[in-house]
Ligand binder design. Structure first.
Ligand code: HEC
Ligand code: HEC
Ligand code: HEC
Ligand code: HEC
Length: 199
């Protein structure tokens, strides 16, 4: 037995011969939301081998060591780092370490003009050499974001270039599928197959 209210609404739908007009979202209002840039922790700290209570690596700020050390000139090769930061890999065109780091203040970056740039403004540095990607980034076509496209509905946070690209080895590593697709066991058969990744 159909309930009378449902019958009435079905009749109303059919009655006019055409579907009711769809109601659209209102057009975007004034862009009241803010756009911020994500600042990855690695711009101001490094991972330590200690873990916190949740098993996440504890981070140590650059300052906690470097404020105690005399500033040394920038090394010219990663192998020169022996006391700390060992094993840094570098593959970025034909760039020198000092193409980005200031020679005498290595924890500060610099633009092509020599103008100093704090680590936290690294995107401006990348943009100087990678104009097309930066143009696409500003247009929202490279690099992604979280939050709202429509700033009248909320804020957005853009990803930083170094969220995805290591400045020292910027080639995007890509991704591999991890598990092969797996068929459910046939009816009545026990599920003995293991997802080994070699099927
Ligand atoms: C646990 C201590 C520690 C932390 C944390 C640390 N550093 Fe260092 N850093 C060192 C030591 C020690 C050296 C010298 C390594 C060598 O010459 O063998 C060094 C060297 C460097 C150098 C080469 C120039 C110089 O002054 O010797 C740069 C650049 C640098 N660090 C940047 C950073 C940045 C950026 C961070 C944070 C993202 C950071 N460091 C965090 C200890 C630290
Ligand atoms: C394209 C710009 C660029 C070049 C070229 C570059 N760096 Fe860096 N470097 C950065 C940025 C940005 C950071 C901070 C973010 C990070 O560590 O990912 C950094 C951080 C560091 C750190 C501290 C944290 C870490 O990553 O271990 C060291 C040490 C360092 N650089 C050494 C070097 C050496 C040595 C070279 C040359 C072999 C070099 N860099 C070349 C941009 C650059
Ligand atoms: C001084 C100029 C300069 C700066 C600053 C610079 N790059 Fe580069 N980048 C280059 C050159 C040159 C290449 C090599 C191009 C080639 O081989 O065709 C390159 C290559 C790359 C590649 C492609 C790597 C590959 O092997 O496919 C990426 C990604 C990249 N850079 C990202 C960045 C990011 C992110 C920053 C900021 C941290 C940055 N670059 C800063 C000059 C620069
Ligand atoms: C969300 C991750 C992400 C962010 C953020 C990001 N990129 Fe990329 N970028 C990629 C991926 C993925 C590729 C590789 C595309 C491919 O291999 O086809 C790439 C490729 C590149 C390349 C190599 C040339 C090309 O177009 O394939 C350059 C240069 C580059 N990015 C620069 C930048 C700069 C500069 C920024 C910041 C303004 C940035 N990227 C932000 C993911 C990102």
């Amino acid at each position: 037995m159909m309930r009378p209210a449902l019958v009435a609404s079905l009749l109303a739908l059919g009655g006019c011969g055409r579907a009711q007009p769809v109601s659209f979202q209102p057009p975007p209002g004034a862009p009241t939301g803010r756009e911020t840039l994500h600042q990855p922790a690695k711009l101001t700290s490094v991972e330590s081998d200690q873990k916190d209570a949740l098993g996440r690596p504890l981070r140590v700020s650059c300052e906690s060591c470097h404020s105690l050390r005399e500033t040394k000139p920038m090394p010219s090769r990663p192998e020169e780092l022996k006391e700390f930061h060992q094993g840094l890999r570098f593959r970025h065109g034909e760039l020198a370490c000092t193409s980005c780091h200031q020679a005498q203040q290595p924890r500060t970056l610099h633009l092509a003009t020599g103008e100093p740039l704090p680590m936290t403004e690294v995107v401006t540095l990348c943009a100087q050499c990678h104009g097309p990607q930066y143009r696409d980034f500003k247009a929202g076509a490279h690099g992604g974001m979280t939050g709202y496209w429509d700033l009248s509905r909320g804020d957005r946070t853009r990803n930083n270039c170094v969220s995805c690209h290591d400045p020292h080895t910027p080639k995007y590593a890509g991704a591999h599928p991890v598990m092969p697709p797996r068929n459910p066991p046939a009816h009545g058969e026990p599920d003995t197959k293991e997802a080994t990744g070699h099927e």
